[in-house]
Ligand binder design. Structure first.
Ligand SMILES: C[S@@+](CC[C@H](N)C(=O)[O-])C[C@H]1O[C@@H](n2cnc3c(N)ncnc32)[C@H](O)[C@@H]1O
Length: 387
């Protein structure tokens, strides 16, 4: 059968075809039918012919007689990344034994037929290879800020949208609730809205909160989720009432991007963490905010803290690790320490040479990284407080 179907396919130059990461819409039943045929093949060569035929059908839409890409036939369609699809087919074709090839066919079939997700996100583990956009390494080199849509680098001290984007995709499901206790100009809520998650953000300064509201409301809301920016001090904010207004009791992801102590002074307000009188008082203020916000985080869910270190009187102050240590004592286990690069702020960029000279004279290094400390709400090994 396969020999017959292969007739006339010579126009398909496989080596010239480079699958790209575009999304294809395919007819699920048709592709499963073809997979079933592959499963029934009795020799490696006929199975390889079958794979070639399938590839040909996927590429040459015009000669699509079997309706693989005919999405109108029964409406049972699925979206698949083209690269994933062709990589899977290639792996089947490259197998050295019929047994191995069939193992890959079965895995491919699962990827098409079943969705397997965990309790905390929507990642289909049967098609995990498709998620090339999700970072799993602990070192993030992000050279370009995502400036799509309403995202702007205009608010001094905001984080790159890739940070909340990664956290939301990895640690929430569509329809979940995200809380950002230092929402600034709303980067987290713009991302949560884009990804179909509800978001609550707290910001101390009303003028900044207003900016955030403006940005978030100009972002399309195609999933019809709720995004609310409340003005207030995160250490005493009434998260329960804020959530109850929307018929909600808890959140499924907590994000915090506090001031890195006094590196950038955000306001003159004494409740602002950038006005803490010492590192100790910064930590106390942070603890209060963490205790208050984490009371509405579901058990087993994640908390991402984005923070950097600072220099004071020629000494490196490991603000990130000091804060991490405090949080690890407060009902959280540490899941990851991600190191992320950052480029100089505009001010420092203009003085690059001067800073390099200063570093050489002073024997110090110029900050080029910050941290994302990732915690899970459950008691960890560093938590020595009595139960
Ligand atoms: C590093 S910025 C956050 C930027 C944010 N991630 C963004 O992308 O826009 C810290 C923010 O925390 C706010 N802030 C400081 N102390 C606060 C407090 N006690 N409660 C709520 N917000 C506070 C500051 O006004 C500032 O906007």
């Amino acid at each position: 059968m396969q020999a017959k179907t292969l007739q006339g396919l010579t126009a398909f130059n496989e080596s010239a075809f480079r699958p790209i990461n575009k999304i294809m819409i395919v007819n699920k039943l048709k592709i499963l039918e073809m997979i079933l045929k592959l499963k029934g093949e009795e020799s490696l060569s006929s199975l390889r012919d079958g794979v070639l035929y399938l590839k040909h059908q996927l590429i040459n839409t015009k000669s699509d007689k079997i309706g693989l890409l005919n999405i109108d036939s029964n409406g049972d369609t699925i979206k698949i990344a083209q690269k994933y699809l062709f990589d899977e087919l290639q792996q089947i074709a490259d197998a050295q034994t019929l047994e191995r090839a069939k193992y890959y066919v079965e895995r491919f079939e699962k990827g098409i037929a079943e969705i397997k997700t965990s309790k905390i996100n929507d990642i289909n583990l049967n098609r995990w290879k498709e998620y090339t956009d999700i970072y799993t390494d602990s070192l993030w080199i992000c050279n370009k800020r995502d400036d799509s849509g309403v995202h702007t680098a205009g608010y001094w001290g905001n984080f790159i949208p890739q940070i909340p984007n990664q956290m939301i995709k990895r640690y929430t499901k569509k329809g979940d609730w995200v809380l950002d206790a230092f929402v600034g100009c709303g980067t987290t809520l713009i991302e949560s809205q884009r990804l179909g998650r509800n978001g609550i953000g707290i910001e101390l300064q009303e003028s900044v909160a207003q900016k955030a509201r403006k940005f978030v409301s100009s972002e399309p809301n195609k999933y019809g989720v709720i995004s609310e920016v409340a003005t207030g001090d995160s250490s005493i904010a009434d998260y329960k009432s804020l959530l109850q207004k929307h018929g909600q009791e808890s959140v499924q992801l907590l994000i915090m991007h506090p001031p890195y102590f006094d590196i950038i002074k955000f306001s003159d307000d004494p409740r602002d963490l950038s006005n803490a009188s010492s590192v100790d008082s910064f930590l106390k203020m942070m603890n209060k905010i963490v205790d208050n916000a984490s009371s509405v985080l579901d058990r087993g869910r994640y908390f991402a803290l984005v923070i950097g270190d600072k220099y004071s009187k020629g000494e490196w102050i490991p603000l990130g690790f000091l804060t991490m240590n405090e949080i690890a004592k407060r009902g959280f286990s540490l899941k990851s320490i991600i190191v992320k690069n950052f480029e100089e702020t505009t001010g420092k960029r203009n003085q690059k040479e001067l800073w390099r000279y200063r570093a050489l004279v002073g024997g110090f290094y110029i900050f080029k990284h910050e941290y994302i400390f990732l915690f899970k709400k459950n008691r960890g090994i560093y938590d020595k407080t009595p139960i």
